[in-house]
Design a protein around this ligand. Sequence first.
Ligand code: XMP
Length: 513
Amino acid sequence: MKSQKIAVLDFGSQYTQVIARRIRECNVYSKIFSYNVSAETLREEGIQGVIFSGGPASVLKENSPKPDAAIFELGVPILGICYGVQLIALMMGGEVSRSDRREYGHGTLRTKSNSRLLASLPPEIRVWNSHGDRLVQLPEGFVPVAETENSEFAAIENAEKNIFGLQFHPEVSHTECGAEILRNFLFKVCGCTGDWSMANFIERSVEDIRQYVGDEHVVLGLSGGVDSSVAAALIHKAIGDQLTCVFVDNGLLRLHEREQVELLFRENFSMDLRVEDQGDLFLERLQGVVDPEEKRKKIGNAFVEVFEMAIKKIGDVKFLAQGTLYPDVIESVSIDGNPAALIKSHHNVGGLPEKMRLKLLEPLRNLFKDEVRLLGRELGLPKDVLWRQPFPGPGLGVRVLGEITKEYLEILRGADAILQEEMVKADFYYKVWQSFCVFLPVRTVGVMGDERTYDFVIALRIVESADAMTADWARMPHDLIRMISNRIINEVDGVNRVVLDVSSKPPSTIEWE
Ligand code: XMP
């Protein structure tokens, strides 16, 4: 039997995905639809309930996004949040007026009567508001069930028709008991049983992917990072050899990185994995280039060129798969002027999809990073893939300062492998945001045995961060730093000095280039 499903209609709120995620956290499957999805489609989907998200528009504006009115006739429970409740009020015959000032921030919600939606809540809770319009008159059949200092209609319901509305946002963490309210909607109103899990997500995605792709061929650029690895495993489960993964060895990878990807995906998962061994091409393009931005551009262009070539070699490819996650999706609905739902992705491989007429396949686009890790675990990917530290697309290219040469890359690889090994051994690798070495093309004087040396410098960059927007250098035990430094100087030819980067971001960045 198919598990139950809640439809979340997206009216352009920045929280739409958060609503969907909160529902998944209750072990109920949720699917996001454009606000203009037809009632017929929802009926065919077999949904248990509908949530109208918030949105930045005013319902009073003529071209503001409106749902199919027939949704109100589907006979399934509806919950409108913020913009969603104004819609319900307006479309069912109530009155909404433009407010002089936007109510924004905290309010205190006082429950007024017994409502299934607000069951078991304390009499007063702090809630988070962000809305402009206000309800002036409720439609027939509706009653207010909670109020705030600014609104007597902070929560409304039509118990008979199972239609509910909240002026505040239950999905955000600033609203106390918000999760409880959503749980009430799911379990007490919609009758969901909460039997959905990541395993069900896989089942459903597999079906969706098969249906979307048909007999066509899909290509995926595998980097070995979390997102593309999980996307590859999921799509492979769905369509097997209709998927070809391309791994570009750009010569800027860490020690054994390529072999690890080959072992996991070719040997363990039996995927059709094509490795493009193009280190020389990248190095050639990078010859004499010292400017960091220029380096990035050259690496990016070379990647697109190689990837395009790889696709041509595969032959008749119709789909480009990407591990785009929700935080990568920059805009979901365009409201003013053009109410068409427009989903944009970035991270596209340099315009390739348009140029090669490829359709995008992005099965992770509604998930958050931690959910992708859960999914990956369910698909059998190992911890060292799912929890690996971020690694920049240009790879070691932005960690060899200035011009890149084979010799410098080799030195950096050797040093970096020692750092990672010691970080894992000391149980710090998964605790910090990133730990890596940077090659400084600077020679300093040293003494080894009785000999004077004149060799290069390696910098250690180990940072703590929550989201890479800000970061601080990690306070590692001195003994660990000493062990790493000793090993690098003793074991890596060409290095006689190790320094520690003690800069925070801002004003420094995490990477050196
Ligand atoms: P910065 O150096 O700007 O880095 O503090 C922030 C985070 O982004 C990673 N990074 C990149 N990732 N392509 C990527 O995919 C890039 O060109 C790139 N540059 C930096 C960096 O490792 C850190 O996690």
